[in-house]
Design a protein around this ligand. Structure first.
Ligand code: XMP
Length: 519
């Protein structure tokens, strides 16, 4: 495999993807790993990502010289590719010079290749690359040569003459670099000598073997939410462990219409997975009684979830006659970076308790089969495992569920109203082929009543807001331009069919400054 050290670039994830697309398994780790820790991962190659810092900033992440002198298992020197900051850090460590460029360079640039022997094999001598940097290399370290330049960057790519060290100032991982994929593939296959036969199918095989070996005769529990990640994890681990896996599904009474029944039908009845379904709706509702503040709702739901989960585990322990030793989670790479980013925690806008939600004091050993993967890779794996498409394509759903979509106090009646309206919206999106075109869509029940007229009667009922957004990662989002005719139809159905709602509005705010959820 190839190890990628993350210096904080927004593109680090893309490096991992491109390498995996070349059929080579890759993992991202924080740049704070020591050379020994990197060596222990037994990589065949190392990539140093870009990053937001300047190598001269106080506190800028450093690159120890030993990192560039590591050896592989077979004793050969470990190939290293530095990208942007990665190149600058490498140059600084080895005695080159990095300076603030007079002209910062962002966007497309024309790269002139001066050597096409290995890193640039198969790349035309003149090609478009994507630059994004303020600093650049002004003097090569000893024993390095320039292998490509641009008009603004005389040193755009370098190579050590007698060691497998490479660096590029541009970003081969972004699509705007025409032959970027080829360049990363050259590094992984030609320079590192990886085989290039890694696929989602081989990932499944490897994980199954790894999990079996690690778990032995012990028992594993998994918190199943019905979302993509935990669902695919459940099916994968079930393949590996059969009845030594128990899924715990907590129905908190805050799920969408029909969701709890569907989880049971899919996992227990269809996949024959041992499933403990706990109906805790009444408990959650009683704890939420009268609570209005969104963060308070989240705290209560998080704490109650842990409590219910713990109880279910104890019950299971009694049934099995011993305590499960492992806890499996469907954590994905984007969840991991949010929690380990060395740039420090960003301001808490909303506490998302789905990541690391279960406290360490529960004392399980953790299994996270998808720790290195992205959502669409997990989907591909899910597809191979025959997880139903409706699950694989389901929109993200917040841990606190409908509690943060019933604005104001949460009651059974208001939850039911919202569930009906939401189900109509989602059903129509699916029917009109729009569901997969939006990133997330849902209804929100507002705590205001407004006047309406139905037949000859005056009504005084609730308002429901419809929210649909386009987004890539949920960090920023825009409201989806759904066709007016479609919205008219949905509004009509909701107001006609859901007794208690007499008005529907469409949310036209983007994130930022709004957020996707209303609470
Ligand atoms: P916001 O509202 O912050 O939402 O723009 C971004 C994404 O996160 C989801 N979300 C949550 N997920 N627990 C979760 O597991 C939460 O408390 C929570 N709050 C928001 C939201 O649905 C959207 O996908």
């Amino acid at each position: 495999k190839i190890v990628i050290l993350d210096y904080g670039s927004q593109y680090t994830q893309l490096i991992a993807r491109r390498v995996r697309e070349a059929g080579v398994y890759s993992e991202i780790h924080p740049c704070t790993l020591t050379p020994d820790e990197v060596a222990a991962l037994r990589p065949k190659g190392l990539i140093l990502s870009g990053g937001p810092c300047s190598v001269y900033d106080p506190g800028a992440p450093q690159l120890p010289r030993e990192m560039l002198e590591l050896r592989r298992e077979d004793g050969s020197p470990l190939p290293v590719l530095g990208i942007c900051y990665g190149l600058q850090a490498m140059a600084q460590t080895l005695g080159g010079a990095v300076e603030r460029a007079d002209r910062r360079e962002f966007g497309r640039a024309h790269l002139q290749i001066d050597d096409d022997s290995d890193l640039f094999a198969g790349v035309p001598s003149g090609t478009t690359v994507w630059m994004s940097h303020g600093d650049h290399l002004t003097r090569l370290p000893e024993g390095f040569e320039v292998i490509a330049h641009t008009e603004n960057a005389p040193i755009a790519a370098v190579r050590a003459v007698d060691r497998p060290l490479y660096g590029v100032q541009f970003h081969p991982e972004v699509v705007h670099t025409d032959y970027g994929r080829q360049i990363l593939q050259n590094f992984a296959l030609r320079i590192c000598g990886c085989r290039g036969d890694w696929t989602p199918a081989s990932f499944i095989e490897e994980k199954i073997a790894e999990v079996r070996e690690r778990v032995g005769d012990e028992h594993v529990i998994l918190g199943l939410s019905g979302g993509v990640d935990s669902s695919v994890a459940a099916v994968l681990l079930h393949r590996a462990l059969g009845d030594r896996l128990t899924c715990i599904f907590v129905d908190n009474g805050l799920l969408r219409k029909g969701e709890a029944a569907q989880v049971v039908a899919t996992f227990r009845d269809h996949f024959h997975i041992r499933l403990k379904a706990v109906d805790a709706g009444a408990l959650f509702l009683s704890r939420l009684e009268g609570v209005v503040d969104p963060e308070q709702k989240r705290k209560i739901i998080g704490a109650t979830f842990i409590e219910v989960f713990e109880q279910a585990t104890e019950e299971l322990t009694r049934e099995l006659g011993r305590r499960p030793r492992f806890l499996a989670q469907g954590t994905l790479y984007p969840d991991v970076i949010e929690s380990v980013s060395f740039r420090g925690p960003s301001a808490t806008i909303k506490t998302h308790h789905n990541v690391g939600g279960l406290p360490e004091k529960l004392n399980f050993e953790i299994i996270e089969p998808f720790r290195e993967l992205f959502k669409d890779e997990v989907r591909a794996i899910g597809r191979l495992l025959q997880v139903p498409e409706v699950i694989l394509h389901r929109h993200p759903f917040p841990g606190p569920g409908l509690a943060v979509r019933v604005i104001g106090p949460v009651t059974k009646e208001r939850l039911d109203l919202l569930r009906e309206a939401d189900a109509i919206f989602i059903e129509e999106l699916q029917r009109h082929g729009l569901y997969d075109q939006v990133w997330q869509a849902f209804a929100v029940l507002l705590p205001v009543q407004t006047v309406g007229v139905m037949g000859d009667e005056r009504t005084y009922e609730y308002v429901c807001a419809l929210r649909a957004v386009t987004s890539v990662d949920g960090m920023t989002a825009d409201w989806a331009r759904l066709p007016h005719e479609f919205l008219a139809h949905v509004s009509n159905r909701i107001v006609n069919e859901v007794r208690g709602i007499n008005r529907a509005v469409y949310d036209i705010s983007s994130k930022p400054p709004a957020t996707i959820e209303w609470e």
